[in-house]
Design a protein around this ligand. Structure first.
Ligand code: CA
Length: 231
């Protein structure tokens, strides 16, 4: 993958870059937030590793601008350990995943490998449809009632999992596994955040709600609300 490392601690940035290069990635480092945003928009990397506290623009500002400009890059936020607020703020703003500092470099490499895999299994057809919600899988393009919906890479992957099996109930842990490939440290709150983001884009004010929550069980995509008792 082509990766932009946005990190203002030179030693850490160098260390990350060396490890990514060893694993066959292309990687560049930018330590200033303002320049990093320009570089990301110009180069359109596959993945941005994004620190939060930076000179110039903060990681949140960069993320917001990238998503505003519909930059399709995956974004992995580097957050402070234990700072749940940071994590939630990043996920709300459109990050695809996060990694808490300090992290082992192997953990970072594993997370990057997981991010580079597509979330949904290959679809049978190239187009999926549930009611008036349509997904062109190879083009990674989604519309509802003919209107294009801009999704971040992981939002797309999450929606694809649902659209491949409409009406099926998915537990949070399964979604975590299939979309983020996390095999441990399940963060079900992250799934909830992504569902909220997705719902805002595909359902709210757009048409009949398709994405349904079954309390303490999970989520399902279907036409018509499922009954809580039958779950
Ligand atoms: Ca920093």
């Amino acid at each position: 993958m082509r990766i932009l490392i946005v990190e203002d601690e030179p030693d850490l940035a160098r260390h990350i870059r060396a490890a990514l290069l060893r694993h066959g990635h292309e990687a560049e480092v930018e330590g200033d937030g303002t320049i990093a945003l320009r570089t990301a928009l110009r180069q359109r990397p596959d993945l941005v590793l994004l620190d939060i506290n930076l000179p110039g623009l903060s990681g949140y500002d960069i993320l917001a601008q990238l998503r505003h400009e519909k930059c399709p890059a995956l974004v992995l936020m580097l957050t402070a350990r234990g700072e749940v607020r940071d994590r939630i703020k990043g996920l709300k703003a459109g990050a695809d995943d996060y990694l808490a500092k300090p992290f082992a470099i192997d953990e970072l490499i594993a997370r990057v490998a997981a991010l580079s895999r597509r979330g949904g299994a290959p679809a049978e057809g190239t187009t999926l449809q549930v009611a008036d919600l349509k997904m062109n899988v190879p083009q990674r393009h989604v519309t509802r009632a003919g209107q294009t919906i801009a999704l971040s890479p992981r939002e797309f992957d999450l929606l694809q999992v649902f659209m491949q099996e409409p009406g099926r109930l998915f537990a949070r842990t399964e979604l975590c596994e299939r979309v983020w490939h996390h095999d441990r440290d399940y963060d079900t709150r992250m799934v909830d955040m992504f569902i909220a983001r997705l719902r805002k884009k595909i359902d709210v004010g757009v048409g009949e709600p398709l994405l349904h929550t079954l309390r303490s069980v999970g989520y399902t995509l279907r036409v018509g609300a499922p009954s809580e008792t039958s779950a």
